[in-house]
Design a protein around this ligand. Structure first.
Ligand SMILES: O=C(O)CCC(=O)C(=O)O
Ligand SMILES: [Fe+2]
Length: 491
């Protein structure tokens, strides 16, 4: 059939020459696409993270022109307003998850690199071949086209191949990797996490850590472009520089608490150790190793109060339940900077182990456990601490109306701590360093039932290590007959 044909290249040699010129342009375009892929690959292979900064900056400028980038979509699932409860830095146990996640994300990036590389390899093999054929034509255009095989080949490749190349370029590299990342977005640390981590680093000033060490910690990783981090960093540095403790000052001006944290209290050495074996018949078989720390107020420690197996078991029970710890403010429990850790409650009659520990506490303290609280297991994280506080409530309100106030505290240490993390009683010039298995016991109330303000105490920031403790607050009411209000309360 003889249908009209409007534009057709093959009907004239000069039309075909135009086609050759166009082909050369398209090959150059394909080549610059290959260059772009290669730039991306080089960043992934690069050992310096600054390369990523300039790329991200370039993309950022580009994005303003092109509003519908994948990164825009990704930003929508931002987790900026995550609650403190899910914070990462407040427990070492929580941060372990982050390491595992990081390994997965690096693998994802690696798979993306492989995919980019596969695409680039194809281009690297093909572009030179395309160029060679095109060059032949370009040097002797009319001669080239005069050969019918060449003419046919030119028409064929220009008609079919570039459609395929378009598909090839359009096929996105990395969508699956973006989805992979997006799926973990909510598990990544939030800006709040970063702020808390900076505050934690700042708390380490108690230990007169040199500024360059903090500098190193804050600048590791890819942060040159992240102005937010940069501001926080100078904020932290200013705080440290303004911190009088870093300058040589008279010893008596240094707060008693941070002195204690640094282990600079003079040890109290006139007291003694004994085997506690009389509270119950069981203790004759397995006496408790008791060390009297202070007589007034009465503070003792029990060494090896928990076995390593018992501790492992308790930690495994608590680990999946850990939640950001709170403090009691105006009748509400809220997360605050003064207490940065994660904790979990375990009922005292949860299982054989918790019941056995309860009986042991009775042997240790000679107090009744009725009306006392559940075990509170805590794990401290980066610079984690519990600022100086009283354990007693000293109110007639809800917490104390039925069971009475917290007469005494048993603080079990479930871990050693490499550096920092002592429990300090600033008013008593007493610091207790954590020792796995040890239990610290003290009375919070005076004989007349009011709070003993000498028991002000806190957990110092952890410098190196994962500090685990288990607290049991023993309540007053059940002690009515075993530890009655003494004569002093009549006065
Ligand atoms: O972690 C510490 O050393 C102190 C903990 C404490 O005071 C508490 O839990 O009430
Ligand atoms: Fe306490």
């Amino acid at each position: 059939q003889d249908e009209p044909i409007e534009e057709s290249y093959s009907t004239s040699v000069s039309g075909m020459v135009n086609l050759l010129l166009l082909e050369a342009k398209l090959i150059e375009n394909l080549n610059s696409y290959a260059d772009e892929l290669e730039r991306k690959l080089n960043i992934l292979k690069s050992t310096s993270l600054n390369a990523l900064d300039s790329y991200v900056l370039g993309q950022h400028l580009h994005k303003h022109k092109n509003q519908h980038g994948a990164s825009e979509w990704f930003a929508e699932s931002s987790n900026g307003n995550k609650t403190l409860e899910e914070s990462h830095s407040t427990s070492v146990s929580g941060m372990v998850k982050l390491i595992l996640l990081e390994a997965k994300l690096i693998e994802n990036l690696n798979r993306y690199t492989d995919e980019l590389k596969r695409k680039l390899d194809i281009l690297k093999r093909v572009v030179p071949r395309l160029r060679a054929e095109s060059d032949k034509g370009m040097t002797q255009k009319e001669d080239y086209i005069s050969n019918p095989l060449n003419a046919f080949s030119l028409i064929r490749r220009m008609q079919e191949d570039w459609i395929d190349w378009k598909v090839f370029i359009e096929e996105p590299v990395g969508w699956s990797h973006i989805f992979y990342l997006a799926q973990y977005k909510s598990e990544l640390p939030s800006p709040t996490d970063l702020r808390e981590a900076c505050e934690a680093i700042q708390r380490l000033k108690y230990y007169s850590i040199a500024v360059p060490i903090l500098d190193h910690a804050l600048m590791m990783g890819n942060q040159a472009m992240k102005t937010q981090v940069f501001n926080l960093r100078s904020y932290v540095h200013n705080m440290i520089r303004n911190e009088p403790n870093l300058k040589p000052v008279a010893k008596e001006n240094i707060a008693s608490y941070s002195l204690g944290c640094r282990g600079q209290f003079v040890p109290q050495s006139n007291l003694h150790c004994e085997y506690k074996m009389k509270t119950s018949p069981f203790l004759r078989l397995a006496p408790l190793k008791m060390e009297i720390v202070l007589l007034n107020p009465f503070i003792v420690v029990f060494h090896d109060a928990l076995s390593p197996q018992e501790i492992d078991y308790l930690q495994n029970l608590a680990r999946p339940l850990l939640k950001r710890t709170t403090v009691h403010v105006n009748g509400k429990y809220v997360s605050r900077r003064v207490r940065t850790s994660k904790g979990a409650w375990l009922e005292r009659d949860l299982n054989n182990l918790t019941r056995r520990i309860e009986r042991r506490v009775v042997d240790m303290t000679e107090l009744s456990m009725q009306g006392s609280e559940a075990y509170n297991i805590m794990n401290y994280g980066l610079g984690g601490h519990y600022a100086a506080h009283y354990d007693f409530f000293n109110t007639t309100k809800q917490q104390t109306s039925e069971t009475g106030d917290r007469i005494a505290t048993v603080l079990f240490y479930l871990s050693d701590v490499e550096q920092g993390g002592a429990t300090v009683f600033p008013n008593l010039k007493l610091a207790v360093s954590p020792e796995r298995g040890m239990a610290l016991f003290w009375y919070n109330l005076l004989d007349n039932g009011t709070g003993d303000t000498r028991t002000l105490h806190g957990g110092c920031p952890v410098l190196v290590g994962s500090k685990w403790v288990m607290t049991l607050w023993i309540h007053e009411r059940a002690q009515l007959f075993t530890r009655p209000c003494l004569s002093r309360c009549a006065n």
